[in-house]
Design a protein around this ligand. Structure first.
Ligand code: PEP
Ligand code: MN
Length: 360
């Protein structure tokens, strides 16, 4: 897929002086609930009102959404508040109903993006629509699957496109509901700078207390917008209760977020920046040459082990290195998480080198 400027026309046309905001409940529950939240969001930064009416739930028997009935409530939102409306579509029938009911923007959920069959079905049903379509990342951290999904939609003639970063599921328990894997999103931006990228901090964190921080990180990384689940009574929401914020909390979040500019022309800033970047370039160069030296030593160890027919992996020594490096890292202001990640990668490269020597 190529980067296409036209994909962001719909967003540029909104002419916003702040990041795009999509807000509203995880699920439409009742007509009263939907309208109450919409009225509270009407005069905020929210540009689109969201509500899920078909809900992909992990287990059967959980609240699976009110279905097509909810489209009438969304239409009322538009009539009464003037807000644009959006919802998730997960098959051709959903698309047909959403388009017939003049939903202004459609998004495709993480559990749909993983399936090329369902993406193709949705793409065919969307053929030629001028409504913006946002594609969430697949649940697994697979950039090409995400891009493939976007490509299917684009190829069916949908030109107004965006991507929603909602994090990735994992077997590991972390502080996140879905791990952000920022590097993957950064790679996405580098390859496709013109596809609007919107963060969904609600499904990343699973916890309303963390939404502000994760949203700020996204703005620091030049994201184009935020989709934040908002409910007038979050504790009693029928789905995703722990991660929804109230409309007044959303207003506070938007007020506190610092919106960064892409760059600044001032000479003093640019001189200082270039100076620091030159320092970083030198350090990066040194890091690479040191790593190269480390691998030469690893090759030597590989040759010794080959001679004595000793196993490549020496767990005791490896654990000693890790423990020592975590402590040293701390002294230099480097987090344990970073040290572990970096040394695991270095160790793997050493193993690859030794394997080549032993088996080569
Ligand atoms: C949602 O936005 O309510 C939703 C179901 O999200 P996801 O597809 O990211 O799980
Ligand atoms: Mn949700």
């Amino acid at each position: 897929m190529e980067n296409k400027k036209e994909m962001r026309n719909w967003l540029d046309a909104l002419n916003l002086d702040h990041p795009l905001v999509i807000a509203g409940p995880c699920s439409a529950e009742t007509e009263e609930q939907v309208l109450k939240i919409a009225h509270e969001l009407k005069d905020t930064d929210a540009n689109y009102f969201r509500a899920g009416i078909w809900k992909p739930r992990t287990r059967p028997g959980m609240f699976e959404g009110v279905g097509a009935l909810g489209l009438n409530w969304l239409k009322k939102v538009k009539e009464e508040t003037g807000m644009k409306i959006c919802t998730e579509v997960a098959n051709a029938a959903h698309v047909k109903l959403a388009l017939e009911n003049d939903v202004d923007l459609l998004w495709i959920g993480a559990r749909s993006t993983v399936s090329p069959f369902i993406m193709q079905e949705i793409a065919d049903a969307l053929k030629g629509t001028d409504k913006p379509v946002l594609i969430k990342n697949p649940v697994n951290p697979d950039l090409s699957l995400w891009l493939g999904g976007i490509e299917r939609i684009y190829k069916s003639g949908v030109k107004n496109i965006g991507a929603i970063h909602r994090g990735f599921s994992s077997y590991q328990k972390t502080k996140y509901r879905n791990i952000p894997e920022w590097q993957l999103a950064i790679e996405f931006q580098n390859k496709f700078p013109d596809i609007p990228l919107i963060l969904d901090p609600s499904h990343i964190t699973g916890n309303r207390e963390m939404i502000f921080d994760v949203s700020q990180t996204a703005l620091d990384l030049n994201y184009d917008g935020l989709m934040i689940e908002t409910h007038h009574d979050p504790e009693n929401a029928w789905s995703d209760a722990a991660q929804q914020v109230t409309p007044s909390k959303l207003i506070q979040i938007m007020k506190d977020l610092k919106i960064r500019k892409e760059t600044d022309a001032e000479a003093e800033y640019n001189n200082a920046l270039n100076n620091l970047r030159a320092q970083i370039d030198i350090v990066d160069h040194d890091i690479i040459s040191l790593l190269g030296k480390r691998m030469i030593a690893a090759d030597g160890i590989g040759a010794l082990k080959k001679k004595k027919n000793v196993a490549v992996l020496q767990s005791k020594r490896w654990n000693e290195i890790l423990g020592k490096m975590v402590l040293e890292g701390e002294e230099h202001g480097l987090s344990e998480e970073f040290i572990l990640r970096m040394f695991k990668a270095i160790h793997q490269e050493s193993i690859n080198h030794q394997e080549k020597i032993i088996n080569g």
